[in-house]
Design a binder for this molecule. Structure first.
Ligand code: BGC
Length: 360
């Protein structure tokens, strides 16, 4: 009887133990499954993080004018060797950059320091040069700014434009062409100098000519070249956000190297304010070119208000000169340009070229 009793107890104990072992096995299996799945998710997350860092870094900075400026580019997360090697042969950047944000807030109420602008643009190469890291830019663009004694305006320009140009995925360099001395100003001749000097640096195929006091209000207004010469500052606050006249080609424009050479560059003999942009328009029209423009919405831009500069008074000869462009353009232009280079400085945010361009 006692033997039968203990046999029953043993069998119950045996079954309980088996159940316990089974439960332990189940527990370990479930834990293992979850562990393996969590490993997968982590690597996918790291991969995503890596992609995010490398594609959005150039878009950071203060280009939206919100003044936050927190986004300096971070080092990429552990790039596997093979992937790093693959980057050598980059794909072309898309026709429309995916980094664009559209309308921007632009204001000139608080003064800027060069240090802040440099902080926001840690990814620039010396001389204000940049090219996208993840794709091959479609154009190599030299941006030429004629300049004299407008340091405050230049700071706003650099502050707003560098982040915009980077979001536009351009391979670009900024050239500030400073007229030496106190002779009367000559905007178009400085632009010719900028074209010539930029080409000493790099094989640029597109040239954007911009006044220092004009800031675009929409980053979809891409600072690049088109199949026809481009007028970019089509909708300025100064003119009530409309074109002052149909042939207006002032402010900001762009031309491919070929387009520029076809019109023999710009005139060298417009001293003082006005007329040189109309002469450029006449040159283009005489060669059968038309003007390409963004829409009024995309082409909105703001001008920094200022008094007229000394030694840049309206040029009384401009009306006469404009009426003779067709006769003068073959003799006066990039082919006849002469000037003395005074200095060429590679700054962090731009290349600073000072020139003696003579006098009338
Ligand atoms: C001048 C241009 C100037 C335009 C708008 C014209 O009369 O000739 O040089 O850009 O006015 O101010």
């Amino acid at each position: 009887m006692a033997a039968a009793d203990s046999s029953v107890k043993f069998s119950v104990l045996h079954r309980t133990c088996k159940l316990l072992v089974l439960l332990c096995f189940l527990h370990i299996s479930v834990t293992l499954v979850f562990y393996v799945r969590s490993l997968d998710t982590t690597s996918a997350f790291l991969h995503h993080l890596h992609q995010h860092n490398t594609t959005t870094a150039p878009a950071t900075g203060n280009g939206t004018g919100t003044g936050t400026g927190t986004g300096r580019s971070k080092p990429p997360v552990d790039v596997p060797k093979e992937e790093g090697e693959k980057k050598k042969g980059l794909d072309k950047c898309p026709e429309t950059s995916p980094l664009l944000v559209g309308p921007l807030r632009v204001d000139f109420s608080s003064p800027l320091s060069l240090e802040l602008i440099k902080e926001n643009n840690g990814q620039l190469e010396p001389g204000g040069r940049y090219k996208p890291k993840d794709c091959e830019a479609l154009q190599k663009v030299a941006i030429i700014i004629p300049f004299r004694k407008r340091e405050e305006h230049l700071k706003y320009w650099l502050y707003y434009l560098h982040p915009i140009l980077q979001r536009q995925q351009l391979d670009y360099g900024v050239y500030v062409i400073n007229q030496d001395g106190d002779e009367i100003f000559n905007r178009a001749k400085l632009l010719n100098v900028g074209y010539t000097e930029a080409l000493k640096d790099y094989d640029y195929d597109c040239f954007v000519f911009s006044d220092v006091d004009l800031i675009p209000m929409d980053d979809r207004n891409t600072y690049k070249c088109f199949s026809q010469p481009r007028h970019l500052s089509v909708s300025m606050d100064k003119f009530g956000f409309r074109l002052p006249y149909k042939q207006y080609f002032g402010g900001v424009s762009s031309m491919s190297k070929q387009q520029f050479l076809t019109i023999n560059g710009f005139p060298n003999n417009y001293w003082g304010w006005g007329g040189e942009d109309d002469d450029i328009y006449n040159r283009l029209a005489s060669k059968g070119m038309s003007i390409s423009r963004p829409t009024g919405e995309v082409g909105r831009c703001r001008m920094i208000r200022h008094d007229r500069d000394r030694k840049n008074e309206p040029n009384p000869q401009r009306f006469d000169r404009i009426s003779h462009t067709r006769d003068t353009m073959t003799k006066d232009g990039i082919k006849s340009l002469s000037y003395q280079l005074v200095s060429r400085l590679t700054m962090d945010l731009f290349t600073n070229i000072t020139v003696d361009i003579g006098r009338p």
